[in-house]
Design a protein around this ligand. Structure first.
Ligand SMILES: *Cc1c(COP(=O)(O)O)cnc(C)c1O
Length: 793
């Protein structure tokens, strides 16, 4: 037993007294929360130190990521420690509801969406597999903004998860390092969070860096001018870790962003080298046997020239030896092929922020060009295209592929597209470097914690091995025809829908009917994800009900949840449109409960916990070829929702595992889109020819809805029908896919009439979800890229 009930109880009481000077009767909920966390932390510390110790002489993996979308830690840690029920009971004895205490924790929203959440799932899997693997990132003071809806518009408010401090982290002031920019020097202060695994004593580390001024404020300064200067310097340093950039899959090219990247990368590499020297001295050619550094997208790719600087400038190695070490140590994960996401930096900015890194980048580029001339003599066009420095820009993805030993995509289809299209020339240069690592999610958080009812049923049927080996779920297949079990599954699904409906009522005052189909699209708002296609279908359905008030269908609640990047006006226009449609559809008596549209405010990890288990239909409708993997699709599948989607990202593998007949697949495939682009796609064709579509698209222009003078709707219309200077009309094929989408929606709606058949399809999806555990993904990274092995405390 890790912490018994008596220890939990006395711990809470003791920490309430020490930290707040209160008794349990006087304590506020966040104080009880903090004291409970302190009790857990106190107990975890010993194993944490011991884990460090057993890892220290072997090879370890370091996951460098600008984002870690952790969400809440309490429930997850208690479940992983096996003490959730005990804590619940102790609190109940004290007349406190655990759920209230759980709600006192702010989400650690240090990420935008899938990429940051993946990093969080990976940490959970690494420690649960007893793998020596840790995270390095930035301790943003403000995470992803809080979203409110005002009159149907998104309004952003600053988020402050550190309002009451973060009891899960420890500031390690003695391990701070200095980071130097061209125009500024700052301190990087590490804050360590224990990563607690399931069924293991191992405790890994997430180390997040906070930026601070070199000199703390000298309050005795008698000169007012000096005081002001010092305050300015302090603010300038703290700016670096002040706020998460809220863009998902777009690169703004801003100076502060480059500073953030260099800041956490330099601090992390200095930290890795410091630890290396403790055990291996200056024998740097051994570094690749000691450390594997994974670059999560291009955000930390400046690690390549920075590690060169540290080895060549600081440690005095030969250039070629240093380069060999860098390549062997680092590996790169590509997350997207969207052009607007590929990071490029203006040379002038890069040189200003990190002058020495720029010189090193130039030398790396010269050697790349020499290599290209050797491999592809005289092919000037190719050499130019593959150059890291091109014109005024530095291409971080090119540096990533050249400076590492492995480049991986995040789903089979995505990796194929990289090899055959987007990175074809690089694949020809380094075929041995390209790998696939299909994403996954942790079943501890996304099933065991967030769907305790389903988890209990599964454990009752097949035992609890699935919690650490998700392929065990396959054993559920033999119950696929068992009506009694399927009935229990449907009851659980209904219970989770009721729970979510209560949440919506409490939070937003919105009533939704748990007996309707919950059709859910939750993910960042992005044109390629095509929330617009979803709401266009709702408009068409509404038009058809108006034309035929007796139209028969199973009632559906269309549920959206999404944040738009604050500067992404089209995404904001789509949010407003969905609200306007909701306003009309939800209030027209002719609809008579058949459709309801709701938008969940401030979608985030803790809300996601309530939504995935409540879904009947998982909307995964991105334009084929654009969604690298998706992980939301996996969370839905594992909670028994059917995928209604395109053959994109990991959807392809989901239907490969669970069968296309158990999901609703529609629309253009990657090849179709390539062909249409080649032959010339004109959205006027579907607009004029597909029944009902013109009426739908025209609502953007005919005043049915009002965007209140923002111009959002007209701009959306133009983007579809005419295009813009930087893209063709309807670049994401919304209109072309509309008819197929409407057909598949109809098919899904009809299928729901046979509840038992529906339950069976959902059940088969769960039984075949084993592949989509991040445990499988991480085991593959560990053996195929990092070459690290489990070490158990
Ligand atoms: C899983 C998850 C995502 C990723 O969703 P996709 O559908 O894969 O884009 C984004 N945000 C949160 C809060 C998540 O939990």
């Amino acid at each position: 037993m890790y912490l018994d009930k008596a220890e939990i109880k006395s711990g809470i009481g003791r920490w309430l007294k020490v930290d707040f000077g209160k008794t349990i009767e006087m304590a506020e909920k966040h104080e009880v929360y903090q004291s409970l966390v302190r009790t857990v932390m106190e107990k975890v510390t010993e194993n944490w130190c011991d884990t460090d110790e057993i890892y220290s002489n072997g090879k370890q993996a370091y996951y460098l990521s600008a984002e870690f979308l952790m969400g809440r830690a309490l429930g997850n840690n208690l479940i992983n420690l096996g003490i959730l029920d005990d804590v619940r009971e102790v609190l109940a004895e004290l007349d406190i509801d655990f759920n209230v205490i759980e709600d006192a924790e702010e989400d650690a929203g240090l990420g935008n969406g899938g990429l940051g959440r993946l990093a969080a799932c990976f940490l959970d899997s690494m420690v649960t597999l007893n793998l020596p693997g840790h995270g390095y990132g930035i301790r943003y003071k403000n995470g992803i903004f809080n979203q409110k809806f005002e009159n149907g518009f998104q309004v952003e408010y600053p988020e402050s998860w550190l309002k009451y401090g973060d009891p899960w982290s420890i500031k390690k002031a003695s391990e701070e390092v200095i980071v130097e920019f061209g125009d500024q020097t700052v301190r990087a202060i590490p804050h360590d969070t224990p990563i607690i695994g399931y069924g293991t004593k191992n405790v890994n580390t997430l180390r997040l860096w906070e930026a601070a001024p070199v000199k703390d404020l000298d309050l005795t300064a008698f000169n007012a001018q000096e005081y002001e200067e010092a305050t300015r310097e302090k603010a300038r340093a703290e700016d670096i870790s002040r706020v998460l950039y809220p863009n998902d899959s777009t690169n703004e090219g801003k100076k502060l962003r480059l500073k953030q990247q260099y800041f956490f990368v330099s601090a992390s590499l200095q930290d890795i080298l410091r630890k290396f020297k403790l055990t291996h001295g200056n024998d740097f050619e051994k570094l690749p046997e000691f450390a594997a550094i994974q670059l999560n997208d291009t955000h930390p790719v400046i690690a390549i020239p920075e590690l060169m600087r540290l080895l060549y400038d600081v440690e005095g190695l030969e250039w070629n030896d240093a380069w060999d070490i860098v390549q062997k140590t680092c590996a790169y994960t590509n997350h997207t092929i969207l052009a607007e996401a590929l990071e490029k930096w203006w040379i002038r900015l890069y040189e200003e922020v990190v002058p020495r890194i720029y010189e090193i980048t130039q030398r790396i580029n010269i050697e790349l060009i020499q290599l290209l001339e050797k491999k592809f003599p005289g092919q000037r066009g190719r050499q130019k295209r593959m150059s890291i420095i091109q014109g005024d820009l530095i291409h971080m993805a090119w540096m990533a592929i050249y400076g590492t030993h492995a480049t991986n995509g995040v789903a089979a289809l995505h990796t194929e597209i990289l090899k055959e299209q987007e990175l074809k020339e690089w694949y020809e240069l380094f075929p041995e470097r390209f790998q696939n690592k299909t994403n996954g999610v942790t079943q501890r958080r996304w099933m065991l914690l967030s769907n305790q009812q389903l988890s209990s049923l599964i454990t009752e049927l097949i035992g609890d091995k699935w919690i650490t080996d998700l392929t065990e779920l396959k054993k559920l297949e033999k119950y696929a025809e068992d009506e009694e079990i399927l009935k229990r599954f449907l009851d659980i699904k209904h219970e989770k829908k009721v729970e979510f409906a209560k949440y919506m009522k409490n939070e937003q005052g919105v009533e939704i009917d748990p007996d309707s189909i919950f059709d859910i699209q939750i993910k960042r708002l992005h044109e390629y994800k095509r929330q617009l296609l979803n709401i266009f279908h709702v408009i068409d359905l509404y038009n058809r009900i108006k034309a035929d008030p007796k139209l028969k269908m199973n009632p559906v609640t269309y549920i959206f949840g999404a944040k738009a990047a604050p500067g992404y006006l089209r995404a904001k226009g789509i949010i407003k449109l969905i609200h306007d449609v909701a306003e009309v559809v939800n209030n027209d008596p002719v609809v008579d409960g058949r459709i309801k549209v709701v938008f969940v405010e401030n979608y985030r990890v803790s809300v996601a916990h309530k939504m995935f288990p409540a879904a009947d239909i998982s909307e995964q409708i991105s334009t084929a070829g654009k969604e690298a993997s998706g992980t939301g699709n996996m969370k839905f599948m594992l909670n028994g929702a059917l995928t209604l989607g395109t053959l994109d990202g990991a959807n392809v593998e989901i239907v490969e595992e669970a069968g296309e007949e158990n999901n609703f697949i529609f629309g253009l495939k990657v090849e179709d889109i390539l062909k249409m682009k080649k032959e010339g796609y004109d959205p006027h064709k579907p607009y004029n020819e597909v029944e009902g579509l013109k009426a739908v698209v025209d609502v953007l222009m005919d005043g049915t809805f009002s965007d209140e003078g923002t111009g959002y709707f007209e701009e959306l219309y133009t983007s579809l029908m005419e295009g813009a200077s930087w893209h063709d009309a309807d670049q994401y094929f919304v209109l072309e896919d509309f008819d197929a989408y409407r057909e598949i929606q109809k098919k899904a709606n009809e299928a729901y009439s046979d509840k038992m058949k529906w339950a069976k399809m959902a059940w088969i999806n769960i039984a075949n979800g084993g592949k989509f555990s991040s445990d499988r993904t991480i085991a593959q990274y560990a053996s195929e890229i990092w070459d690290i092995e489990a070490k158990k405390l």
